[in-house]
Each structure stands twice: as C-alpha cells, then as structure tokens.
Design a protein around this ligand. Structure first.
Ligand SMILES: *Cc1c(COP(=O)(O)O)cnc(C)c1O
Ligand code: SF4
Length: 439
C-alpha cells in the first residue's frame, strides 16, 4: 500500500511528502474530480466511447475521490475492485428504472424546515453539509450532495436549531449530510455548542464516512472538539473489509479512545459485498476496532442504482450466516428504508416456527427445533398510561408523557381503544365517507 501511495503522491506533486499525504486538507485539495486525472494517476485508460458516457455520468452526478481512497483501488483488476465500484462513475447510473425515484424516502415531505427531517417521534436528521470528500456512487441522496449552491450557512443552521429547540420531544439529533466532518472544527464546535444549550437534546450522533474515505480528517484537534460535547455517537460507513487499513484503524482508535461509541452502517451492494464471507470478515474487523455493526441497508430505490441492487433474499442469506454463527454484537440489523418515507423496516430470517397458548416452537441457527414453555399464569400490569400511579414506578418528563402510541404497538396497548389500522383512500372507505355525508 505504501508503495502505491508514494507513486500517487509523486504524480500529484513530486515535492510532496508523506506528511502532506496525511494532511486532510492536502487530500481535499487533490481530490480526483475528472476522468483525465484519474487516468494519469492510475495508469488506467478508457476507450473514447466509454469516456463519453463517463463524462455524461459525472455531469449528472459529480465525481470526487480522495487520493487516499484512490490508493486502495487494485489497478490490475479495477473492473472487479470494490473501491473502484464505489467511487468511480458507471454509465449504468444513467439508466433510470420506472420504479426509481429522486427522493425515494420522501425526505422532502418530512422536512419542517430546510435541513431537518423529522420522521420519527423523538429524533431528527439534521443535514449540516451537502458536500463530501468522496462521492459514493451508491449514495441515496445523490440528488442533493455535491450541489455547491446549498452549503448551509449559519442563518440556515440556526433555523434548524430553532426547530429542535421548539420541539421538546426531540431527544436525539443526527448530524448528517453530505458529510458533517467536511465542516471546519470551529464550525462544528459552534453547532455542537448551540445544540448542547437545548436541555431536551440528550444525544448527538454524527454520520460520517471520513474514517473510510479520508481517515486523516480524524485529527487530535477534531476529537478534542467532539469530546467537549458528550454524549456524542459516531456512525460510519464501511462496506468492505479491505477498507479497514492502518490509517482507518488509527482514526477509529482516536474516536474510540475519546469515549465515542462507534457504529457502522453498511449498504448491501452487488459486486461489492453481496457475500456472507465478506460480510462476516467485515463485521469481525469492525468489532476488533471497537465499531459495532449497526445497520445493513438494502440499497434504496434512488435513481441510477439498479446495477448496485441485490434481491432482499441476499440480505437474508447474509443475516442467516451471521446470527448465531458469530458474536451477537457483531451482527447488524438488516433494514429496508421504506420507499415513500416509512422509515427503516427490519427484516431477517424466521426463527419462530409455531405457537400454541402456552408454548412456542423455535429453530436455532443450526437447525435445531426447540420449544419454549410459556408461563401458565401471568399477571399482566394493566396499563392506563397513568405512570405516576403505576407500581412499576416510572418517572416521566412532560415531553415523554405527550408522545402518542403509534402503529401496531398502539393496537397492543391497554389504554387505547383503537381496534384496527385502516388504509385511507380505498373504494370501501370512500363509500363509507359518502354514506356519512348523506346522513
Ligand atoms: C435513519 C433515520 C433516523 C435514525 O434512525 P435510527 O433507527 O434511530 O438510527 C432518523 N431519522 C431519519 C429520517 C432517518 O432516516
Ligand atoms: S407505560 Fe407507564 S403505566 Fe404503562 S406499564 Fe409502563 S410505567 Fe406503567
């Protein structure tokens, strides 16, 4: 690896040193943003016809690869290389399938103020940057990132902060982007300071791909800033075990040593990591570096990603190969982010085979079929949602009292009379409404 870095450094600037290479600002300044530079630095050459398509692709979705990430690409077999596939444009991105969408997760609909997505009751996504050091070709937010006109300034950020301040139910703020760590240490420090002034914000999370694509961004200075605002959680985005290099290990160590719990969100990508053995290797390397595998995402229905998608069955096969076969904390939750804005839906193999009134039949990872005997008598706590008088002695604050029961959990509650959830806009429901109007 070192040899390759040296080669790239020399091509970028013969006078540059390894200390330049490890400087994140130097890396940013020398990001590869066009095909010719890519060709010069890697020695790979594209045919004229392919080049034309590549130019067309990057006119639609911008290209940016950090020199560090470029050095991970195996130039001898680049067509099969997981880093090439994640960073270098493919003409396949120009193909837009009928079922694909610009905003598959309907984030715009759940956005009360620019930059904020408030989908779940107690937490928000807060986009504080629209730029990244490297643009992942499989990015869900392709339509937003790289749009240089929309880097939020302090006034815009303050609007988001004001929304959070005025919404006491929000206890968890996820700083996302783009990549939040594209901002300067001072700007981040300011945002974190403002958020920490809000008493109901309990945790702050940062979603960043820097440990993977530009590990030198994790400096002692940055870590000192983050540490001031604990509890801070960081989620990163490793997709392939080979991305866990000495440099990224160092970055993860700095974060973990600062007391920041680390998580990883992978995306299941055809030709990159759609293999149970690769995934097992990845999760093992993650936990060795104190990173807890958090989510494995089914690839979203964003435009131009059809060549990256796998059937859901591939994800379930991977989960089957992990659950029970390795440490519980090394197993991520496999989720499909519901098209239309339903949020993340977990999916996994079935372990519950059958059920009677006092017995459950289950199977384990080895195929053993077993029974679990349920209690013959169980005295449930009748719940009227009056927690002050409940014998379970829970003390709630006002914001928590106000959060409404939702979904199937609501159907299960004692205190709610709802007996069914009924879809709107069916013919039958419209007939019912018409009849009510007649009465
Ligand atoms: C993923 C996501 C969250 C966080 O979900 P968790 O399951 O708590 O990690 C919050 N808001 C939006 C809009 C999201 O997409
Ligand atoms: S929600 Fe409150 S009242 Fe209901 S069981 Fe829990 S603590 Fe008791």
């Amino acid at each position: 690896m070192y040899g390759k870095q040296q080669e790239i450094i020399e091509k970028i600037n013969p006078r540059a040193l390894i200390s330049n290479w490890k400087n994140w600002k130097w890396q940013l300044k020398h990001c590869i943003r066009d095909i010719s530079t890519f060709e010069n630095l890697t020695g790979i050459k594209f045919e004229k016809s392919e080049r034309k398509l590549l130019e067309k692709t990057i006119a639609k979705f911008p290209l940016s690869i950090t020199p560090y990430y470029l050095s991970l690409i195996d130039t001898d077999d680049y067509r099969n290389d997981p880093f090439f596939k994640q960073s270098f444009p493919s003409p396949m991105e120009l193909i837009v399938d009928k079922y694909e969408m610009k905003d598959p997760l309907a984030e715009d609909k759940d956005s009360p103020v620019p930059g904020i997505i408030h989908r779940y009751p107690d937490r928000v996504l807060f986009h504080i940057s629209n730029i990244c050091s490297m643009y992942c070709r499989h990015c869900t937010r392709k339509r937003k990132v790289g749009d240089v006109d929309s880097i939020p300034d302090r006034v815009e950020i303050l609007k988001g902060i004001e929304y959070i301040n005025n919404t006491p139910a929000i206890r968890d703020v996820l700083l996302s982007g783009g990549d939040p760590l594209m901002l300067s240490d001072d700007y981040l420090d300011w945002i974190l300071t403002e958020l920490r002034k809000i008493p109901h914000v309990e945790v702050i999370r940062i979603g960043t791909r820097m440990p993977v694509v530009l590990p030198y961004r994790i400096t002692d200075e940055l870590v000192a800033v983050l540490k001031k605002h604990h509890p801070i959680w960081v989620n990163t985005h490793f997709n392939h075990p080979r991305a866990i290099t000495e440099s990224s290990k160092e970055a993860l160590k700095k974060l973990a040593d600062a007391g920041i719990p680390l998580g990883n969100q992978s995306v299941l990508l055809a030709g990159v990591n759609d293999c149970p053995r690769i995934m097992k290797k990845l999760v093992h390397k993650l936990v060795q570096n104190r990173v807890r595998p958090y989510y494995l995402y089914q690839c979203d229905l964003s435009e131009g990603l059809s060549h990256f998608r796998t059937p859901v069955g591939k994800g379930i096969e991977i989960m089957e190969s992990l659950i029970g076969h390795t440490s519980g904390f090394a197993v991520p939750t496999y989720v499909i982010d519901a098209p239309g804005g339903g949020g993340k839906i977990p999916v996994m193999p079935n372990y519950l085979i059958s059920w009677s009134t006092n017995k459950v039949v289950l199977r384990n990872y080895e195929g053993i079929i077993t029974t679990y005997k349920e209690p013959d008598s169980y005295e449930p706590v009748f719940c009227d949602r009056n927690c002050q008088d409940c014998k379970l002695q829970l003390k709630l604050n006002e914001a928590e009292e106000k959060i409404k029961a939702v979904g199937v959990a609501k159907l299960l509650d004692d205190f709610d009379d709802t007996i069914s959830l009924i879809p709107e806009n069916t013919d039958r429901m419209e007939r019912r409404a018409d009849r009510r109007d007649d009465e």
